[in-house]
Ligand binder design. Structure first.
Ligand SMILES: C[S@@+](CC[C@H](N)C(=O)[O-])C[C@H]1O[C@@H](n2cnc3c(N)ncnc32)[C@H](O)[C@@H]1O
Length: 393
C-alpha cells in the first residue's frame, strides 16, 4: 500500500532531496525546504538529509495560516472527540508568514474545544513557528498514538499540506556516534554521520532488494564514519586507507559500535593506497570521502589553490582509474571530492569532473536537482565536499 509523506529537509535541501530520490524514486519538491514522497513506508532513522517526516492527512489547494489553522482545529476537534487519555501535541508551521504565538494560538483553540468534550491536551510550547528537532525528539512526538506533531507546510504556489509526523531524526544517537566513538582525529576532518548516511544511501539504495547484505567499500575510510553508518543500515562494510593508523582507528570505532549497538557488524579492513590497491570482491557499491587536500581557514592564494587542486585531481583520477578496472558495469558510487569556495561564493571544481566519461563513469542525473548543487559545506568553510554520483560504464 502506498502513502504520501512529506519530508522536512535539513540544512542542505538539494542534497536531502537527492538522497530521497535515490531511496524512494517517486519524490518531488513541495517547498524550498520540503519534498513529497510516495512510498509504502518511511523510516526517518535511515535518512541523513531529512529532519522530520510525516504522513499527509489533508491538503488545501491554496491557503494562509488562518485557513490552515481552521482546517486543523476542525479536523482534530472531531477526530479526538472521544479520545481516552492525555494527548501531547506539537504544531510546526513551515513556509507561513506567522509568529510562534499565532501557531501556539491554534493549539490553544483546539485545546479549548477538546476540553469541552472532556479530552485533555498538553501543548508543546512553540519557541519558534516550527518546533526544533531537539524538542520534537525529546517529546517523542510521532512515536506513539498520543504524542502527535502536526507538520503544516505551505508549498510553492500556496498549496498547504497537513501531515502527522512519523518521527524526527534521532539527534541524540547521531551526536553520540559522532562524539563518543573512541578513535577520533581532527586532522583528517571527520565526516558528519548525517552526510555519511546520505552518501551511503545515494550510493547503494538503488541496488535491487535481496536478503543477503551488499558490500560497500570506502577506500579512503579514515576513522570509519561512513563504515559505521553503512553498517547500521545493514551493509557489509569494507574499508581501506593509506594510513595504518587510520585502519586501526576504523577498527576501534567499529568494535565500539558493535558493543554499543549489540549488533553483529560484518567488516573487513586493510591498509592500501587507493591508486593501486587490488580490492577483494565483491564490490557492490563504493562510497567515500576522498583525500580533500590541506584544510584552509581562509581562501588560499591562487598559486596555492592551483597546487592543491592539481594534487587532489591526480590522486582522485588515479583512484578512479584503478577501481574502475575492478568494478562491474553498473556499480554505483558516491564519491565526495573537494571543491574550494572563495569569499564571493565562487566555487573552483576539480578538473576531473569534466573527464568522468573518459575515466569510465557515467554521472547519474537527478530529477529534482542539478549535479553541481550537490555541494556540502558550512557557511564558513573554504573546502566544500562535492558529491559525485557515478555509475561504472
Ligand atoms: C578526508 S579523510 C577521510 C575521513 C573519513 N571520511 C573519516 O570520517 O574519518 C581522507 C583519508 O584518505 C586517506 N588517504 C589519503 N591519500 C590516500 C590514498 N592515496 N589512498 C588511500 N587513502 C588515502 C587519508 O589517510 C585519510 O584518512
Amino acid at each position: 500500500m502506498l502513502y504520501m509523506f512529506i519530508a522536512i529537509l535539513g540544512r542542505q535541501p538539494a542534497i536531502g532531496i537527492a538522497e530521497l530520490e535515490r531511496v524512494f524514486g517517486d519524490v518531488s519538491w513541495f517547498s524550498d525546504g520540503s519534498a513529497v514522497i510516495r512510498a509504502d513506508g518511511l523510516d526517518i532513522q535511515r535518512l541523513g538529509g531529512t529532519v522530520k517526516a510525516g504522513r499527509i492527512v489533508a491538503e488545501l489547494p491554496r491557503g494562509d495560516w488562518r485557513q490552515a489553522s481552521m482546517k486543523l482545529v476542525q479536523a482534530y476537534a472531531q477526530a479526538w472527540a472521544g479520545h481516552d487519555g492525555k494527548i501531547t501535541l506539537g504544531i510546526s508551521a513551515y513556509g507561513f508568514d506567522v509568529s510562534p504565538r499565532d501557531v501556539q494560538k491554534t493549539g490553544i483553540i483546539l485545546k479549548g474545544k477538546l476540553k469541552d468534550k472532556g479530552v485533555s491536551l498538553r501543548l508543546v510550547p512553540n519557541d519558534d513557528v516550527a518546533l526544533g528537532t531537539a524538542t520534537s525528539h525529546h517529546n517523542k512526538l510521532g512515536l506513539a498514538d498520543n504524542k502527535v506533531e502536526l507538520l503544516v507546510v505551505r508549498g510553492r504556489g500556496g498549496k498547504v499540506i497537513i501531515a502527522e509526523s512519523t518521527g524526527t531524526q534521532n539527534i541524540t544517537a547521531l551526536a553520540r556516534r559522532d562524539q563518543e566513538r573512541p578513535a577520533r582525529d581532527a586532522f583528517v576532518g571527520m565526516l558528519p554521520p548525517k552526510l555519511a548516511l546520505i552518501m551511503t544511501n545515494i550510493a547503494a539504495a538503488g541496488l535491487p532488494q535481496r536478503s543477503e547484505p551488499y558490500t560497500i567499500l570506502d577506500p579512503f575510510c579514515g576513522t570509519g564514519v561512513l563504515l559505521q553508518e553503512a553498517a547500521l543500515l545493514g551493509y557489509s562494510v569494507y574499508g581501506t586507507d593509506l594510513s595504518e593508523k587510520m585502519v586501526r582507528y576504523s577498527r576501534d570505532n567499529l568494535n565500539w559500535l558493535q558493543d554499543y549497538t549489540h549488533d553483529k557488524i560484518d567488516w573487513y579492513l586493510h591498509e592500501g593506497d587507493a591508486m593501486n590497491t587490488d580490492w577483494r570482491q565483491p564490490l557492490d557499491a563504493v562510497a567515500c570521502e576522498t583525500y580533500l587536500g590541506q584544510p584552509f581557514s581562509a581562501p588560499p592564494r591562487p598559486e596555492k589553490l592551483a597546487e592543491v587542486r592539481k594534487n587532489c585531481d591526480w590522486i582522485i583520477s588515479e583512484f578512479l582509474k584503478n577501481i574502475g578496472a575492478q568494478l562491474q558495469p553498473g556499480t554505483p558510487l558516491c564519491v565526495a571530492v573537494p571543491a574550494w569556495r572563495d569569499a564571493s561564493e565562487n566555487v573552483t571544481h576539480l578538473p576531473l569532473i569534466s573527464k568522468l566519461e573518459q575515466l569510465g563513469y557515467r554521472q547519474v542525473e537527478f530529477k529534482n536537482v542539478r549535479t553541481p548543487e550537490l555541494l556540502y559545506y558550512r557557511p564558513d568553510q573554504v573546502v566544500a565536499r562535492e558529491l559525485l554520483v557515478l555509475e561504472k560504464i
